[in-house]
Design a protein around this ligand. Structure first.
Ligand SMILES: [Ca+2]
Ligand SMILES: [Ca+2]
Length: 318
């Protein structure tokens, strides 16, 4: 039976904040008046990265679509002022819409004329200050930002992997959860995607775990996999940390310490050529059989995330 648990506390500014309405993520706070969850990102990002990070977290870059949501955004913003909103004109100069497609004209904005100046014809992203004032900014500038997940009528429930993302599956062999990403990314962007989901690029800690990843990889239809020069590879969580030839997991262990260092035949081979811009292979990947390969970090390929089921799990479940 489903039920909705709402735990509310009265905060210092007398705004009722509720811990949850259903279950989304432990790093988001439920705001009754906003009708959903909010998260303040205190590490500034450019607008495109802010949008992507919110999307990867399962949310959207927040816009003050109504007075209640705006007020909640200002509450959570605190001294992290200003924030990027999701309002942008990056598709067509001058056509401003929120991420959800709400036109600027329908958004309750307080404008200061000197903030909306399309300076140098190069400002397509809208910021908001704690005093409600909004203005346009160059999208490549970095700002704090807020992600928003609207609570719709469906009950949101975390699965056994501590996430609402049904693509994470628990392995009873390792006790970790895994997600195979068919949308290819560079190694660095793959790292970002896994982190936003509460996980990390998969780290192989045993032959058994290598077998689990191999099973997951092999089960993906070939047509869904972007190949690298005819080879089928997926980014995982090891890297040379800019010390060429010295391989560590992204959690700082040598491969041997981590528990698995079986390279594929003739790997690592540090292939370098015109196709890599004469840059070597400094990132980690696996073949479908789970064996290791060094790879050019900028190859845009599939990847595998690993997640501890307790990461992002709602507190009362632990
Ligand atoms: Ca692992
Ligand atoms: Ca290689």
């Amino acid at each position: 039976m489903f039920y909705i648990l709402v735990l509310c506390v009265l905060s210092y500014n007398s705004v009722t904040e509720c811990m949850a309405n259903g279950e989304f993520r432990s790093d988001y706070t439920y705001y009754n008046k906003a009708g959903g969850w909010l998260k303040l990102h205190m590490v500034p990002a450019n607008w495109h990265d802010a949008r992507l990070r919110c999307q990867l977290e399962g949310a959207v870059l927040a816009s003050p679509l109504n007075p209640e949501l705006k007020s909640s955004m200002i509450d959570i913003m605190g001294k992290f002022d200003p924030v990027y909103t999701g309002i942008h004109s990056t598709f067509s100069k001058g056509d401003f819409f929120s991420i959800e497609g709400v036109p600027l004209s329908a958004i309750p904005a307080v404008w200061k004329h000197y903030y909306v100046d399309s300076y140098a014809d190069d400002e397509g992203c809208i910021i908001m200050r704690g005093n409600e004032h909004m203005g346009d900014f160059k999208c490549s500038n970095v700002n704090y930002f807020i992600c928003y997940k609207r609570a719709d009528n469906k009950t949101i429930t975390q699965n056994e992997c501590g996430t609402t993302d049904s693509e994470y599956k628990l392995s009873t062999v390792t006790g970790s959860c895994y997600k195979f990403h068919r949308t290819p990314r560079t190694w660095s962007r793959a790292y970002m995607a896994c982190a936003a989901e509460g996980g990390h690029l998969a780290i192989i800690n045993s032959q058994e775990e290598a077998n689990v990843l191999s099973e997951i990889f092999t089960a993906i239809p070939k047509k869904d996999i972007t190949k690298v020069r005819g080879q089928t590879l997926a980014h995982i969580g090891f890297h040379d940390w800019n010390e060429h030839g010295s391989w560590l997991t992204i959690h700082g262990q040598t491969l041997k310490e981590a528990g698995y260092n079986t390279w594929a035949l003739h790997e690592p081979n540090n292939v370098t050529g015109t196709h890599t811009g004469w840059v070597g292979e400094y990132c980690g990947s696996i073949y479908t059989n789970g064996q290791l390969n060094d790879i050019w970090c900028d190859y845009i390929i599939v990847f595998i995330c690993e997640k501890n089921p307790l990461s992002l799990a709602m507190n009362w479940k632990q």
